[in-house]
Design a binder for this molecule. Structure first.
Ligand code: GLU
Ligand code: ZN
Length: 315
């Protein structure tokens, strides 16, 4: 069976070179068989203008086709799917696997002498079994509760194409948020559901999300849904000083390159080179890179983008 991958931009800013590289690699690994998912559930941070820019960027990079803007074309918009996420939160609650949590960030920091995970302090389970329901939690504390996944059981294992065999114990990450106190679905719930419901079989994304894969597989299992079978968590492109790129650095955005008249093949060829797919940069479209692609060639280390690199892309 052909793998089905996905491109999942978060429109909280303009996409940068690092985002473009992950999308290019995801596209190549799936040999172009990808869906587009706009991950705009974080309403306070996402803007429609960034969604438009992300789509225009992907079209310009030849990773997505012009005019494909509806679900039937393979595009999904998370902010339109809140009802689906909420229904599954209720299902988890009915199974005793979701509970309200009224802890503030400060509460959690103070309560956890426990080791800090990659996403801050590990939640120590303070509210497990504490509240009958959200109304009870709110009446007792005056605070709108978040909802957390009650995560127990054996370690979650999966094979990552770069990291190899991965095994993650629930207690090392803790019960994570499914629904936010500002009444928005949380990233883990939305992504786990969409990957399962869209029949995604292959996920390639940044290395920062390696641990989230365990969370998402655990959620899919709890709901009796399928999980993707192929995973790859790829290194970052960083700036010349080795700092991770952020979406707010507008000057390094794809939009700026696109509007500045850069040839997209210049960029995709360079990105493929920077990831380890070829020895020297040369102009190449995604389709022209298919022959070069081998997941085993991808570097295990981050790439620092220097001023010289930048000039070679931007002309
Ligand atoms: N939307 C996330 C991002 O832009 C990616 C999430 C994922 O690939 O699961 O970083
Ligand atoms: Zn709590």
């Amino acid at each position: 069976m052909n793998p089905l991958g996905r491109l999942a931009p978060t429109p909280s800013g303009l996409l940068h070179i690092g985002n473009a590289r992950s999308f290019l690699l995801a596209w190549l690994w799936a040999r172009g068989n990808v869906l587009l998912r706009i991950e705009d559930i974080d309403k306070p941070r996402c803007k429609p203008e960034y969604t438009r820019a992300a789509i225009d960027d992907l079209v310009w990079l030849s990773l997505w086709e012009t005019g494909a803007r509806s679900a039937s074309d393979g595009m999904v918009i998370q902010s339109e799917r809140t009802g689906i996420y909420r229904r599954h939160l209720h299902l988890l609650h009915a199974k005793g696997l979701a509970y309200p949590c009224t802890c503030t960030r400060k509460d959690i920091e103070e309560a956890s002498s426990a080791p800090h995970g990659d996403d801050g302090p590990v939640y120590p389970g303070t509210c497990r079994g504490k509240w009958r329901d959200a109304a009870h939690a709110k009446a007792a504390t005056g605070r709108e509760p978040a909802w957390r996944f009650l995560w127990q059981g054996p370690p979650v294992t999966f094979v990552d194409a770069l990291a190899g065999d991965v095994s993650i114990d629930p207690s090392s990450l803790g019960d994570f948020v499914l629904w936010r106190r500002d009444d928005l679905p949380a990233y883990q719930l939305a992504v786990a559901l969409d990957d399962a419901l869209q029949g995604i079989t292959q996920v390639l994304r940044g290395r920062d999300l390696l641990h989230s894969t365990a969370r998402q597989i655990a959620l899919q299992r709890a709901l009796g849904l399928p999980s993707p079978s192929q995973w790859a968590h790829v290194p970052f492109v960083q700036d010349a000083t080795g700092r991770r790129m952020a979406k707010r650095q507008g000057d390094l955005s794809i939009k700026a390159l696109r509007e500045g008249g850069c040839d997209p093949r210049q960029l995709t060829g360079f990105l493929a080179y920077s990831a380890g797919l070829m020895d020297m940069p040369r102009m190449a479209s995604p389709a022209e890179l298919l022959g070069e692609f081998d997941i085993r060639k991808i570097h295990r280390h981050d790439f620092n983008l220097t001023e010289e690199h930048w000039k070679s892309i931007d002309g």
